[in-house]
Write a protein that binds this ligand. Structure first.
Ligand SMILES: Cc1ncc(COP(=O)(O)O)c(C=O)c1O
Length: 351
């Protein structure tokens, strides 16, 4: 009988609780998505694509790489468009890691980083975010580089903790990793919210691959749109792994339209980060509900009674995400001011 590889059999599937969310009309603060609709220009472009008589054709991307490169501020040869940043993570993992290799993932972190490493049959080493502030374990990570793992994942800011790694620390890590021949995946899924990016290091570090997404800040989670930034010779290699049509034309069309309407997403980000998030932090402070410092569009909170809070919020039509990897916590996405006001009213019933 044909046998699936042992390492795959040992894995458990990543089954995030996605079903039934939309049909119940919830306020969805559980997946760090945009809580409003995507840009009208994106919707119009998608309608036009459906009517273009091109749905039956294989994709034709035109200058999509140039459009993304111009937005990101790099060269088009340094871009690989991907089917969500999940695929970016996977492609990088497949390029650098084989069975038995060690991969360092400071933990807890984003589930797909583990999944991709496990599919490769990697041994995952998990230095832990520690202490009352769940700080990035810098010394441990630097030390682990001595044992020459194949790849190190830096999720910056980290999901689910929300904290970031200072850029001077990222540089130190990259320098040592380069010396030891370790590839570094810098996951920038929350770049537009945090402003944190390692893009300036790309020219000096051939061991650096950055993954980004358009899921969150551009409201494109459903079409699956992301990209990798790395030196051109790395991108050439990654292109051998990604299929030629893995990015479908709905995604390509939406990316192009979203990047022509950056203002739409900027005003959403400003509302979330400059107004709604401080309101939410003030609410948690006022009610002595501990939360971790976050540079992203979500907060990891530690209520006395997370199960009760979860239930009461859900009864009032609001979803947040219990984080079993940080016991006793809930991750709350920050949306608009209106969303936060509704959240605070609902949460008050759990106080
Ligand atoms: C840290 C991190 N990386 C990557 C992703 C995946 O993004 P995408 O929707 O582009 O696959 C997420 C989504 O939650 C994330 O939190």
């Amino acid at each position: 009988m044909a046998k699936v590889r042992d390492n795959i059999q040992k894995m458990t599937p990543y089954n995030p609780p996605l079903e039934g969310r939309a049909s119940h009309g919830y306020l969805m603060l559980d997946f760090n998505e945009m809580t409003t609709e995507t840009s009208p220009r994106v919707k119009q472009a998608l309608h036009e694509f459906v009517d273009s008589k091109r749905v039956q054709m294989y994709p034709e991307y035109g200058n999509l790489n140039e459009v993304i490169a111009e937005y990101a501020g790099c060269k088009s040869e340094e871009i690989l468009v991907t089917n969500g940043s999940d695929q970016g993570i996977d492609v990088v993992m497949r390029a650098f890691v084989e069975k038995g290799d060690r991969v360092v993932i400071p933990s807890p972190s984003f589930a797909m980083e583990y999944q991709s490493a496990l599919v490769q049959g990697a041994e995952i080493i998990k230095p832990e975010y520690k202490g009352s502030d769940l700080a990035f374990p810098l010394d441990e990570v630097l030390e682990l580089l001595d044992s020459s793992p194949k790849l190190l994942v830096l999720c910056n800011p980290n999901n689910p903790t929300g904290g970031d790694i200072a850029m001077e620390d990222v540089r130190r890590i990259l320098e040592k990793a380069k010396e030891k021949g370790v590839a570094v995946l810098h996951d920038e899924a929350y770049f537009e919210f945090s402003g944190i990016t390692a893009i300036d290091f790309v020219k000096d570090f051939d061991n650096l691959c950055i993954t980004r997404t358009l899921s969150k800040q551009f409201g494109l989670a459903s079409v699956r749109a992301g990209y990798v930034i790395s030196q051109a010779q790395n991108i050439q290699e990654l292109m051998k792994i990604r299929g030629p049509y893995d990015v479908n034309m709905f995604a390509a069309t939406a990316i192009r339209a979203a990047l022509l309407d950056v203002e739409y997403s900027r005003s959403y980000i400003q509302e979330v980060m400059r107004q709604a998030k401080p309101m939410l932090e003030e609410f948690f402070q006022k009610h002595n509900i501990p939360f971790y410092k976050s540079t992203a569009n979500f907060l990891l909170i530690r209520p006395d009674n997370p199960e009760k809070v979860l239930r009461i919020l859900q009864e009032q039509g609001i979803l947040v995400r219990p984080r079993r990897d940080v016991p006793g916590t809930l991750r709350v996405s920050v949306g608009t001011i209106k969303n936060v006001e509704r959240f605070m009213t609902a949460y008050s019933k759990a106080l």
